[in-house]
Design a protein around this ligand. Structure first.
Ligand code: NAP
Length: 319
């Protein structure tokens, strides 16, 4: 099949493109630069057809719709669509002439769960603009499937992680290597509240597996949404404990007020943590397992090990 991937050189694309090429597909990638960012370009990207374009600029001047309308593909994977308007352009460009359209959403479309784990069939209650837009795109796509048969699948990733991309860290943010240094050395790590809120990672290659499985099992995936996450979520305390024990220590945790967390972490890093605390995601992968045979290779702990190993090898983390 000929597969068009919009935004195919980032976290997901760096793993998805080589998988599809190895599966015998003809792959065309839209990006501004012909450079996979998280993998050696010689691995799986050699036969890719590059379509170099700036989506934002072309959407602004109207040429994006014409570009899309001129591309022949069997399957379209849109990894970088953030608004219903952007998505409508894609649907109009490809309706009636592709067999499958896969949209990359986010578990932020779900909002904070009322029960854990959250199932794809549970009510969407997004609490921020990003999540509301992705939920609206999902609703539009499901509606188009039901009314016109537009063959859409939505994959909602958790916190994407990979070798060269720091996972959301044990304080629920991305704030350099400091928290890893502290956990490795047995120094005090501050946590908000009781540290019981959850984060839900996914390795980018597992996400690629889910996209690929959805394509292969088209009959089961069309008109459906799937959570792209690891098999389980972890609490912040659980993450701290795991990382500290990797270095043969117990975590030296201090539980402090939100105000103190902001002071210790800085406003930017704390805002990211707060976003994760507010969502406290924990999603089920039962549906993906049953319908698509999705089986993540990476546990959240293995994601941390891979990321920390890379930080040590690259000299960024000195312990
Ligand atoms: N990051 C997370 O933890 C997370 C969690 C949940 C959901 N998601 C969803 O995951 C998707 C993003 O996937 P990702 O993390 O693989 O993306 P990414 O690593 O940020 O990569 C973005 C890709 O899009 C290309 N791109 C960016 N701006 C572009 C433009 N204006 N025109 C053309 N190409 C452009 C980039 O290549 P160039 O820079 O060369 O153009 C690259 O190929 C989004 O839909 C997001 O909502 C992410």
């Amino acid at each position: 099949m000929r597969v068009l991937i919009i935004g195919g050189t980032g976290h997901i694309g760096s793993y998805l493109v080589p998988r599809l090429v190895a599966g015998g597909h003809e792959v065309a990638v839209v990006a501004r630069r012909p450079e996979p960012q998280y993998i050696d370009p010689r691995l799986g990207f050699g036969s890719v057809e590059w379509i170099l374009a700036d989506r934002s600029a072309e959407e602004a001047d109207g040429s994006w719709a014409r570009r899309m309308a001129g591309i022949e593909a069997d399957v379209v994977v849109d990894l970088i669509c953030y608004s219903p308007e952007q998505n409508r352009v894609m649907v109009e460009a490809f309706e009636g002439r592709i067999t499958h359209f896969l949209h990359c959403g986010t578990i932020w479309a779900y909002g904070p769960p009322r029960r854990a784990p959250y199932f794809e069939s549970d009510e969407r209650r997004p609490i921020d603009e990003y999540g509301r837009n992705k939920a609206a795109i999902e609703a539009d796509l499901i509606d188009r499937w039901r009314t016109d048969g537009f063959p859409a699948t939505i994959i909602h990733p958790g916190h994407i992680s990979g070798r060269k991309w720091l996972p959301i860290d044990p304080q629920g943010t991305r704030n350099g290597v400091g928290v890893y240094e502290k956990l490795a050395r047995g120094e005090v790590v501050h946590l908000p509240r009781a540290g019981h809120e959850t984060i839900h990672h996914v390795h980018a290659d597992d996400l690629a597996q889910l996209f690929e499985s959805a394509m292969i099992n088209r009959q089961a995936s069309v008109g459906e949404a799937f959570s792209g996450v690891a098999a389980y979520a972890m609490t912040l305390v659980g993450c701290c404990e795991f990382v500290a024990r990797l270095f043969g220590r117990e975590p030296n945790l201090e539980f402090v007020s939100d105000e103190e967390m902001e002071r210790v972490m800085g406003a930017g890093a704390w805002a990211v943590t707060l976003d994760h605390l507010d969502h406290s995601p924990c999603c089920s992968i039962d549906k993906g397992r049953k319908l698509l045979g999705y089986e993540p290779r990476f546990t959240p702990e293995q994601i941390f090990v891979e990321a920390i190993e890379y930080l040590i090898e690259s000299g960024e983390l000195v312990v």
